[in-house]
Design a protein around this ligand. Structure first.
Ligand code: SF4
Length: 473
């Protein structure tokens, strides 16, 4: 009987079976950042331990970094202290740090792949929920808590229970203007925010196979929002092409051996899954969230659902969503006024995410609506530099967008980029929880980058396909 990629990678990294029934799993790559690592380093040092595999640990600063100016010392003294703590920990433990002053910094889930650190068949962990992003390469990648960060620093292992595997198959051609973000929001809408609890999600099907690595990362990034512990896509030629020549990718001499191994970890054709769900790409429309969880979404052509559309155990959350978001059942999704537009984050802060927007801006005389503040926040300094070298910064600023420095920015608003009061934000990020974007009463509408751009220009939620006359596939 064949095996899934998850089973193969899990078994290859099993160090020991623990009396608890859990498994001690070796972590091939540990990514750290300034928010969840300081306490872990303190706990490590309290026990007189050092980092076991500093060469498998890589650091960046992303959550707290300002996007207006990264001049030191940072204006926010708490942020400056966190950055100083990170700098001192990485120096003391000889950990490779992707530093802003060397032009290397970026969101942890953007810099891993762009430097070739993320590779098929790996186990990867990071103290951030959206570590599932790295699964796009056929890695098994987990978000972990602070005490687990300590454990991995000390032992390079994690204790984990084995997950079930659900294959999510999407076949067919996406309509023009429908993106990977819409695919992942659609799947979460269909399976629910708790539908994936206890599962690893394997995304498959010809729609997924045709996706670029950036698109695959967008899909896997939000596996966690559907309750799955991780999400992955079997590696293929697209994966190998992406990795070729990157800083930490295997050298030319080791390349063929690496590809042979990467090929061998793919799920077998006769692999047995605990569950299979199938969706048609043609059924997917541009999705917009109307509520306070990523599953509370609807097509831009649709309406806010009625209470009767939900199971009784969901109705309390739906009621709270109506109240918090100040929306009414039956109200059209399109037309809701927005105050802020944010394109960035580890879900949609890569070069191709901005390219989709640049292409429409350069072909039309579009301007951000006067009442909207629109932020363009590259996912890494590399992405930012590449955008500038192509002149995209000027295209964005001429259209009325603010072109910022790299970081997490308004995804979590741990830096100065925050909503004010009950502002409504059209956001390409991954969470629309209450208060997520920095104001306790701020409201977030998740959507794709092209849909955020359309909302920024129209000043309200708008079908990007109509505004930008998108057609073809
Ligand atoms: S962009 Fe958002 S989800 Fe991604 S690492 Fe930063 S805060 Fe976390």
């Amino acid at each position: 009987m064949g095996k899934t990629l998850y089973e193969k990678v899990f078994e290859a990294h099993t160090v020991a079976r623990l009396p608890s029934g859990q498994v001690q799993l070796l972590m091939g790559l540990h990514l750290i950042h300034e928010v969840t690592s300081p306490q872990a380093f303190s706990m490590l040092e309290e026990r007189g331990l050092s980092v076991l595999f500093p060469e498998r640990t890589f650091a960046t600063v992303d959550h707290i970094i300002p996007t207006f100016s990264q001049l030191r010392p940072l204006q926010d003294t708490l942020a400056e202290q966190m950055l100083v703590a990170l700098e001192s920990n990485v120096a003391r433990h000889k950990i490779r740090y992707f530093a802003p002053e060397r032009g290397e910094q970026g969101i942890v889930h953007v810099i891993g792949p762009e430097n070739g650190l993320t590779q098929p068949g790996m186990t990867i962990c990071c103290g951030d929920s959206h570590t599932a992003t790295h699964g796009a390469f056929g890695a098994i990648a987990f978000g972990i808590g602070t005490s687990q960060v300590r454990d991995v620093l000390a032992s390079q292992t994690l204790s984990m229970a084995k997950l079930k595997v659900r294959r999510i198959e999407i076949n067919g051609h996406l309509k023009a203007g429908v993106t990977a973000k819409d695919v992942t929001l659609y799947v979460i809408n269909r399976l629910g925010v708790n539908g994936g609890v206890g599962f690893a999600y394997e995304y498959a099907g010809d729609t997924i196979e045709r996706m670029s690595m950036d698109e695959r990362m967008t899909v896997c990034n939000m596996a966690i929002e559907g309750g799955a512990r991780c999400g992955y896509i079997n590696p293929d030629q697209t994966t190998f092409e992406y990795l070729k020549g990157r800083t930490y990718s295997p050298s030319a001499a080791q390349w063929d051996r690496a590809v042979a191994y990467w090929d061998s970890v793919k799920s077998d054709a006769d692999a047995v899954y605990d569950d299979v769900k199938r969706f048609r790409a043609e059924d997917i429309e541009p999705m917009v969230t109307w509520g306070i969880t990523p599953s509370q979404s609807a097509p831009v052509t649709g309406q806010v659902p009625e209470m009767g559309d939900f199971e009784s155990n969901e109705q309390e959350s739906v009621k709270e969503a109506y109240r918090y978001m100040a929306v009414h059942p039956g109200a059209p999704i399109a037309g809701q006024r927005i105050d802020v537009a944010f394109i960035g984050s580890c879900t949609n802060g890569r070069l191709s995410d901005f390219e989709t927007v640049v292409r429409v801006l350069e072909n039309g005389n579009f301007k951000v609506a006067p009442h909207v503040q629109a932020l363009i926040v590259p996912g890494s300094m590399k992405v930012k530099n590449e955008m500038e070298s192509r002149g995209w910064d000027k295209i964005f600023t001429q259209a009325g967008f603010e072109f910022r420095e790299a970081g997490c920015s308004m995804c979590l608003a741990m830096n100065p980029d925050k909503l004010i009061g009950n502002q409504v934000s059209a956001s390409s990020s991954n969470r629309n929880f209450k208060g997520r974007q920095g104001s306790p009463t701020g409201r977030t509408l998740l959507m794709s980058p092209i849909m955020v751009a359309a909302a920024a220009i129209a000043g309200k939620v708008t079908d990007a396909r109509e505004l930008f006359s998108l057609s073809g596939s």
